[in-house]
Write a protein that binds this ligand. Structure first.
Ligand code: FA5
Length: 334
């Protein structure tokens, strides 16, 4: 059996032939199990010798099989390597490279303009309480001005999603008091609003807050003008209109000039030649007091702008919903 087995094995030169050999000799009805079973039919004195011999044959055949299999596999691998030469020194294929979202790029732009004017970036929470979002900003419950901001409430009474970045003013003041402040507060805000081409229910705002001795409206105007010129070009004019916010007094809204003949100046400028970029004003004494400051000693200004609206104008984006739709055709343009 051993001689025959080895001869057959050497005649099998590829993997399928070897597997067939293995079935023939070692399968359930194979020759080796059959030979081993014979031991039961022998007279007892012969059994021991036969058994030992059978085991020796079995070992020898199975070792020879493993060796042949390994040799054949190695040969097959070598052959395939030679047939499809693989140059491992070639540079790999590059995966597609991503880039920052247009909304992030505009935010970074805004940060760097304000950084040059000495503003630090301060982060504030998106989940707020009614107290900070409204009351400490001089809007007690049932104050009619609350209607300016349609609010997402949570199932916990008094806990809401912030409707603007202004509650961050309170957090910064309470942390910094009695020191002077010069920060911007960027982040996402949420409003329970009808979504349209120019209004989203979540969007970015960048709040600005400056508190110190002798801060005046002239400082606010200078800061906004510098920002607008860095952001939109040196020739830009700004226009200040009187407005109303409960947390600033006086309150203003700021427009920048946007030529009527600009093809991008469709709906958003309403053909007036001006585009609103932010609300702002001198911080209301009540708000300063709520932040821990003495309104008789310090004053300050604040502003809040919507970068998505600004970006729409800069890049002629006609639908604000594009920002969060994750449409690669839109995102790849920037
Ligand atoms: C405010 O939210 C005030 N907190 C701004 C402020 C801050 C005034 C500090 C005074 C002092 P308003 O609701 O107007 O104001 O929003 C500010 C800006 O956010 C708008 O000028 C606009 O650019 C942007 N904005 C408002 N609503 C939306 C919306 N639904 N989708 C996209 N952008 C919006």
């Amino acid at each position: 059996l051993l001689q025959r087995g080895l001869a057959d094995l050497h005649a099998s030169t590829d993997e399928p032939a070897l597997k067939a050999w293995n079935t023939r000799y070692f399968g359930p009805t194979g020759e080796v199990p059959a030979a081993t079973k014979k031991v039961a039919t022998l007279p007892p004195p012969e059994r021991k010798g036969y058994g030992q011999e059978a085991n020796r044959v079995k070992e020898a055949l199975s070792q020879a099989y493993e060796q042949s299999l390994a040799t054949v596999k190695e040969a097959a691998l070598l052959a395939s390597l030679n047939a499809n030469p693989l140059d491992v020194t070639l540079p790999g294929r590059r995966g597609p490279l991503g880039r920052p979202h247009i909304a992030s790029r505009v935010l970074r732009n805004i940060y760097s303009v304000f950084a040059d004017m000495g503003f630090q970036v301060y982060r504030s929470r998106e989940v707020e309480d009614d107290l900070t979002n409204f009351e400490l900003l001089n809007m007690p419950p049932h104050h009619p001005a609350r209607d300016m901001w349609d609010t997402f409430h949570t199932t916990t009474p008094g806990v809401i999603l912030r409707t603007h970045t202004s509650p961050g003013q309170i957090h910064v003041m309470r942390e910094m008091v009695p020191n002077p402040i010069r920060v911007i507060l960027p982040g996402m805000v949420y409003r329970y609003e009808q979504v349209t081409t120019r209004s989203e229910m979540q969007f970015h705002q960048v709040e600005g807050l400056v508190v110190g001795e002798g801060i005046t409206m002239a400082d606010l105007k200078g800061t906004i003008t510098s920002f607008a010129r860095r952001m939109f070009g040196q020739e830009r004019q700004i226009r200040i209109r009187s407005s109303y916010f409960p947390f600033t007094e006086p309150s203003i809204e700021v427009d920048i000039d946007w030529p009527k003949e600009d093809p991008n100046a469709d709906r958003l400028t309403k053909g007036t030649g001006w585009l609103e970029i932010m609300g702002a004003g001198m911080i209301h004494p009540t708000v300063l007091r709520n932040g821990g400051y003495d309104p008789d000693r310090v004053s300050g200004f604040a502003f809040g702008m919507g970068p998505q609206r600004i970006t729409m104008l800069q890049y002629a984006i006609d639908d604000i919903r594009q920002f969060w739709s994750n449409d690669l055709r839109f995102l790849r343009q920037f």
